[in-house]
Design a protein around this ligand. Sequence first.
Ligand SMILES: CC(C)(COP(=O)(O)OP(=O)(O)OC[C@H]1O[C@@H](n2cnc3c(N)ncnc32)[C@H](O)[C@@H]1OP(=O)(O)O)[C@@H](O)C(=O)NCCC(=O)NCCS
Length: 269
Amino acid sequence: MRADVIHNPKDIMNINKAEILRNICYTELVYSRINKKLNTKFSKRQIEELILKILKETEEKFFSKIGKNFYIINTKNNIKITINSNTFRIITADKIEKRRRFLKPNMTINLTKLKPHHFPLFYKWWNDDEIRKLTSEKDGPIEPKEVDKILEAHLKNPGKHDFIITADKKPIGHILIQKKPRKKHFEIYIAIGEKKFWGQGIGAISMKKAIKWFFKKFPLENILQLEVLTTNEHAISCYKNVGFKTIKTIHRKTFSDTYLMEFYRAISL
Ligand SMILES: CC(C)(COP(=O)(O)OP(=O)(O)OC[C@H]1O[C@@H](n2cnc3c(N)ncnc32)[C@H](O)[C@@H]1OP(=O)(O)O)[C@@H](O)C(=O)NCCC(=O)NCCS
């Protein structure tokens, strides 16, 4: 497995929104590209006004620099803007397909320690094609026996901390915090296995609870990491909302590109 840092992490941390706003520029071709992508018929001036408005109102934490581009994600307007970071040329604007549903009022989200009676839930969750593609390098179904074996090993391993996410006491997902051998930092992993609960803010709420637990349990740790496919915009939005920062892109020989993201103890939840 190969992991390359393709740019200086400091580039990402030090995004200068004011500089971007001052320098953005347009090519002749970009206007029709944006109209096509957004399914609009705006004039050049309307497009420039829209882009400026979105850039101005998007908080800097939703600006990231990956490779040679800046990406600005604005979930209020459902738009992602791509800008060349060397020339400040607007490259494109894309619609974000969002599933936004609202958390049922008074729904209680909790984390509870993984127990053997939870294992059968994973037979379904880990065999869901969509979830597997977003979370695992493995292809193909996984047998209940294998699931039991993996989770039993987790329970015996003091370096792995597994939680079940519950919504009004119903188990709906899984969070794992672990420190892999030879890794400097702990990492966190989340999957809401019951898909009807996606896009309601439950991912963000559960992550915050797990992060609070982690920094309390491990007072000497200051960083919590995660890896996410660069194409998993939904999860990336959730992690940015929680406060994670994008650190670098990881290229793998056998798996799609991922972003390494970090959460720092000093960030308020
Ligand atoms: C990733 C996951 C945990 C997020 O939990 P969630 O409860 O669905 O996420 P939240 O509702 O807290 O936040 C999602 C954010 O993404 C936005 N979003 C929703 N659908 C989106 C989409 N298709 N594209 C981009 N953004 C999207 C939401 O609007 C929200 O942002 P906002 O609050 O600024 O509007 C959950 O969707 C999941 O388990 N997915 C499958 C497994 C997975 O991908 N795990 C992560 C592996 S790294």
